[in-house]
Design a protein around this ligand. Sequence first.
Ligand code: NAP
Ligand code: ZN
Length: 360
Amino acid sequence: MTQTTPNHTQTVAGWAAHDSSGHISPFVFKRRENGIDDVTIKILYCGMCHTDLHHIRNDWGITMYPVVPGHEITGEITKVGSNVSGFKVGDKVGVGCLTASCLKCEFCMDSQENYCDNVQFTYNGVFWDGSITYGGYSEMLVANKRYVVKIPDSLPLDAAAPLLCAGITVFSPMKRHNMLQQPGKKLGVVGLGGLGHVAVKFGKAFGLHVTVISTSPSKETEARERLGADDFLVSSNNEQMQAGKRSLDFIVDTVSGRHNLGPLLELLKVSGTLVFVGAPDKPVELPAFPLIFGQRVISGSMIGGMKETQEMMDLCGKHNITCDIELIKPDYINTALERLTRNDVRYRFVIDITANESKL
Ligand code: NAP
Ligand code: ZN
């Protein structure tokens, strides 16, 4: 079923899942006209976040089909509304997870639109006009200027795309918990996937000692040699986990599946903090003893606000931080989703949206 909202007159080609089987197929739909506060973006690249997979398969039970996933979007502005300043046609920009928020609440007023109670997401959200939002697995997007980020000239648009979600999701809690302001402190990154590998890069860029905690022994060499990780613990290796007890100041847990927090908490020093950003569909195990014996803290975090996203993007430009990506054509999306399910990606698939343009 396609939308019939009155000013949704622009026909757009994209890719959607129509049910929880997980299969993506070409899908033509409508987007709104470019409003006075909007910019229109020709999408060039879109990262494939594990959240896309959760939505496509309806892991969280909230998917509204058809769903056009994608919230790690980069491209070029092709149209600018009359109320928009600071952006012009031709600018290289990005759009992440947010598409709308109330702009009146304490969180919106404090540049934390991501925690607005009425926040709407780039896909599987409901826009003010009642339409369901469609994401970046598509050739064009109309976005309100507030949720658009400038991409520094020094960053390639394909390897920068995952920063719009993976990047800001780890950057925001790392900043909030003062991890980026204390060189020499010890950071643990659990799960070396899309989010995790950017956390390692931020950690190293800001002078932290970084330990990766992974289920995949095969990732050790590249974690150390490519990403610069200082240590690598295999979470199923009891000896390594025991040896790492009370060694870390912070942990960022990016794991997408159900797991036990107990052994991870044991890795923290007394009063250490574990920030949870992964979003498993089932509750994680949380034994009390590792919490109470070490006075440890668990916190959660969801993406970041727009001001902070721009700040992160500018810092990435300055420190030349990009994501390690495997660039794919749209006709490879289904294979990429299967490989993402099997944990077979180093470390983010990014769709080259215009690669199959002639086929649309
Ligand atoms: P990803 O690329 O698939 O990486 C997740 C990593 O977690 C895997 O590479 C694997 O690393 C590890 N892992 C997977 N299943 C596991 C299990 N059952 N037990 C232990 N380790 C496991 O995914 P991603 O894109 O980084 O996203 C990670 C999670 O964050 C997803 O749930 C996603 O929805 C969520 N997310 C949250 C936010 C937010 O705002 N909080 C934003 C974006 C994404 P190893 O091989 O190293 O073990
Ligand atoms: Zn994401």
